[in-house]
Design a protein around this ligand. Sequence first.
Ligand code: MV4
Length: 449
Amino acid sequence: MFKKILIANRGEIALRIIRTCREMGIKTVAIYSTADRESLHVRFADEAVCIGPPSSALSYLNIPQIMATAEITNADAIHPGYGFLAENADFAEVCTEYGIKFIGPSPDQIRKMGDKITAKDTMIKAGVPVVPGSDGLIKDLKQGIKTAKETGFPVILKATAGGGGKGMRVVWDEDGFQEAWEKARQEAKASFANDGIYVEKFIEEPRHIEIQIAGDQQGNVCHLSERDCSIQRRHQKLVEESPSPFMTPALRKKMGAAAIKAGKAINYEGVGTVEFLVDKHRNFYFMEMNTRIQVEHTVTEEVIDHDLIKEQIKIAAGEPISGKNYIPQMHAIECRINAEDPFNDFRPSPGVITSFHSSKGHGVRVDTHVYAGYSVPPYYDSMIAKLICRAQTREECITKMARALDEFIVEGIKTTVPFHQQLMRDESFRNGDFHTGFLQTFEMEKPEK
Ligand code: MV4
């Protein structure tokens, strides 16, 4: 087992990793930017090294600086968390060159899933269902229109280097194709320095349901059931839950088997997530694979009662997984508490938290790095806490979440708490009747004063 892990991240996930390391008897090294001096991950790690100024490019993305810190502190592994360098194949490669274990998949596995056409092609070969569309990249406008007509409108244009919605364009008919094609290429080029585009049939009102998997160095892959992440705003998830209210035992069996096929196809090592679009007839299609621990891993932890960070570390150290699939035994929901103003188009709201009280009580979990007096820096992701509730049934879980939100107090900055309070009372949400477009029509009720 590792003796010392450097955590190449910040915020709640850095703290989350430190907690598991502590329980496993592994020492931790935190890295931090000058903007994060007062963050709890700095205080709770065994060692902490300031690695640069606030800008991510000069701190949390600064590979030479991070590797130098790992060497100086004698870390034998690096945990990348999510975001920052978590899906950077070059970083994983550098770690290997330094003889430091990257806690996650191999550079090759990251690359295979990072390029969306390569990923899709790998899935087709593995027998995982994908959305019908072009066979690889579209070369020019003429071929694009031809493919779109063969696929049948509406279609969606996607960037092969994309993910998370950037460079995507929906096209409803032949007349709209040229403009969408040009815009998608421009956006992809500007965002990813890669203007490769492919075409897919546009699935209307899909749900986003993802399957958590784990694979070990011995070649075993298992699934840990699903999370429903359909409640998103501009491709930012706000609420995740497990099990999905749309799931059936038969669908879980099929999607679980498909996710395992996906993992086995790339010899996947580590925990990862296979994302699917699910249409109203419960047809499901591979969308992308995330080769990292995700923000919402906590809902899975709650329903199967396993520490997924511990699982990651054990796999990285060469220990085999149990090999059995896990089915939710409870219901869990996560609300992302962001420093954003939900009454003002979710505008970021950084600044000093003057008062802070997090929800407590039976079935309530709060993962956060903030406290009263903490100043939320404007430089990074706006998520300041994750509120996770667990109960026997979905209905009880929603009731518990509403109660927990009512006692979540943050003063000094605006947060997404009021949004979640209103969502938990929404009839369609309560009925599990929603898809990825749900928040486009959800209207926030303004406060009276
Ligand atoms: C789609 C789709 C409909 N049809 N692909 C959005 C992010 C990127 N991962 C893929 N996305 C979508 N791909 C086809 N063929 C609809 C979306 C989509 C979406 C997916 C998941 C969660 C939220 C979404 C919001 C808008 C569009």
